[in-house]
Design a protein around this ligand. Sequence first.
Ligand code: ADP
Ligand code: MG
Length: 301
Amino acid sequence: MKIALLSRNPKLYSTRRLVEAAKARGHEIRVFDVLRCYMNITSHKPEIHYKGENLTGFDAVIPRIGASVTIYGAAVLRQFEMMGVYPLNESQSITRSRDKLRALQLLSRRGIGLPITGFAHRPDDIQDLIKIVNGAPLVIKLLEGTQGIGVVLAETQQAAESVIESFLGLKASVLVQEYIKEAGGADLRCFVIGDKVVAAMKRQARAGEFRANIHRGGIASLAKITPEERSTAIRAAKTMGLNVSGVDILRTNHGPVVIEVNSSPGLEGIESVTGKDIASLTIQFLEKNAQRGRTKTKGKG
Ligand code: ADP
Ligand code: MG
């Protein structure tokens, strides 16, 4: 296969590993900085150009699109889809999962366990919003944050009101969520490829912190997940339409709840903790599934 890998930095661990694994399995792979891809979107024959070269002949494209470049990255990926190139994850699924509110709405429609979550646009309704999630302590999240930035724990009603008020005052969209205390600062990252959880790890927040993100100092370790957690992760990935994803789950007194489905899950933590060759499993998924034009939306989404 001839594979295009969209990544802003070839030196990143995940990018390097995917390149290594593709080459080891006999494929040709090239890394493109998505922000340097440009295109003529009015042409009948969709094209993508890169530093003067017209990109042709690719069988598959692996998007590793950072949160800060979601819109442009998704447009480039959509252009690949219009050209019939098979995407590891489709542009529509990526934009869906990047918007926390939209993602949670889709998951709730399928009856997947979620923390009680509220969302409002006007500061007038804050009191009622707080009531919906059963009062403080509660978690407030910026709609498009990642790596734990923009996730705040408000311990009291007063703190909750003033944080929500200031976010809304800054015209930032936020969601308000029940705080899952019994998770004890830990979450589960389930790495899903196709319809399987291929690896899982537990992340534990450092002392005095409730966010388990590695970027916030969380420590990862091997996790044994229950059948219910496994099926929840697979259903969540399927609902988002992602072939490869990192599904984040909190363990509650009433079973697993999904907090997030990541469309570009990092490989470093999960490979080092589980010792599994996730990069190679990803390439093997493409080998089985990459066919020209075999996407749900064909770039129409
Ligand atoms: P991000 O996209 O920034 O990673 P998350 O929604 O995944 O945002 O939240 C970051 C971390 O905060 C999670 O990994 C989890 O440890 C913790 N967390 C998030 N939501 C809750 C919640 N409702 N209750 C308890 N802890 C939470
Ligand atoms: Mg997260």
